[in-house]
Design a protein around this ligand. Structure first.
Ligand code: PMP
Length: 377
């Protein structure tokens, strides 16, 4: 049985061109900080990939800093902006969305343990944060963070509108937006944006951030002062190069992928409703990433369904996390106003740029059989 991969928001397969680039650059010996010919060659390569990444994402005057992923980038952004606020004797208050990824929420919780106050703004039931509410809460804070698109439900947040009207430094976790909707750092107007390579078909364990003003951040990892002193550690040049190549391809082919998703997404929703008349979509097509469908199937246990689907050759995710053996309903879904039983019945189906109509039809067919089997038990 062929496997159907509908979990691209968790991780995208490595693109062949990225794999080739990594293999090619891995042959180079040396450390990009060394002064000899070998080191200088790697430095030159690194800087050329930095420039290509900045061009692909329209960084404008912003600097690209490479990291080990969005988890690290988010920590660097949150702690960096917080330390900068402290240096300027500003209030110890941060505002963020209540549906941020744990890689943002956890460093904010650490700030809270150091005496910071965190204000978490809930999204509306649409999955989208009201910019007026966010901005009014931002007035009493010194740092703001709002993701560009949510990983679980796909809702796209009004970061551009908020950035235009926000007078405190704004970080956006753009991990899920990259390669799924157009991205221009210059036009977005945020002060810091963070990304992860494996979400666009680059290697795992690599990431980047674009920073408007390098001096607004302080390092989390100190040592050899690489990456403008913001992120010490010998740079993973092959991984960075693979990431940049994957990003360029994702950006170049975004229009084609979007056209495909714009057909497949409504098709998937229609087929789901035909198969499960009680199904409800967590976020509407208009407000979600075009590749993401979060669906509630009342009466179905999402986690059991994902396991059953795996056995039937389908990879997808639940909208709830498993903690110490018991299923805890997803915080994101509860923040959107779902009750715990609807939250438990939610599954996330996320598509890639080459997904086909046949994949979608077959996915819903297998979903139908899986739910039938679960009910027959
Ligand atoms: N932010 C968001 C929105 C994500 O979806 C993810 C990955 N699930 C991360 C941050 C963390 O990325 P990484 O695991 O690559 O550090």
């Amino acid at each position: 049985m062929n496997r159907l991969y509908f979990d691209w928001n968790a991780s995208a397969p490595l693109r062949e061109e990225a794999a080739r680039t990594i293999r090619d650059i891995e042959r180079y010996v040396g450390n990009p900080s060394s002064v000899h010919t070998e080191g200088r060659k790697l430095r030159e390569l690194l800087e050329s990939y930095r420039k290509r990444f900045a061009d692909a994402l329209e960084a404008g005057g912003g600097r690209v800093v490479f990291t080990s992923g969005a988890t690290e980038g988010n920590h660097l952004a949150i702690f960096g902006l917080a330390r900068s606020a402290l240096k300027q004797s500003r209030v110890k208050q941060i505002i963020l969305g209540s549906i941020e990824h744990p890689a943002v929420d956890a460093p904010v919780q650490m700030l809270e343990s150091f005496g910071w106050k965190a204000v978490r703004v809930d999204p509306e039931s649409s999955g989208v944060v009201d910019p007026v509410k966010f901005l009014s809460a931002a007035r009493g804070a010194s740092v703001a963070s709002l993701m560009l698109a949510n990983n679980e439900v796909g809702s796209i947040q009004p970061v551009r509108e908020i950035a235009t009207n926000c007078n405190i430094p704004l970080h956006t976790d753009a991990t899920q937006a990259l390669g799924k909707i157009p991205f221009s750092f210059e036009k977005l107007g945020a002060d810091v944006a963070t990304f992860s390579s494996h979400k666009v078909g680059g290697p795992r364990g690599v990431g980047a951030m674009i920073v408007k003003d390098i001096s607004s951040l302080s390092p989390v990892l100190a040592g050899g002062s690489q990456e403008f002193g913001l992120r010490s550690g010998t740079e993973n040049v092959p991984g960075i190069a693979g990431f940049v190549v994957a990003t360029e391809l994702a950006v170049q082919h975004l229009a084609d992928a979007t056209a495909r998703w714009n057909t497949l997404n409504p098709l998937l929703r229609d087929l789901l409703i035909q198969q499960f008349p009680g199904a409800r979509f967590t976020v509407s097509v208009a407000q979600a990433l075009p590749n993401t469908v979060s669906v509630q199937l009342p009466g179905v246990d999402g986690r059991a369904l994902v396991v059953a689907l795996d056995l039937m050759g389908v990879a997808c995710s639940v909208g709830s996390a498993c903690a110490s053996g018991s299923v805890v309903p997803s915080k994101v879904l509860l923040s959107l106003g779902l009750n715990s039983s609807d939250a438990r019945s939610t599954v996330r189906l996320s598509m890639g740029p080459n997904q086909t109509r046949e994949d979608v039809v077959e996915l819903v067919r297998r979903l139908g059989s899986a739910v039938e089997n679960l009910h027959a038990r």
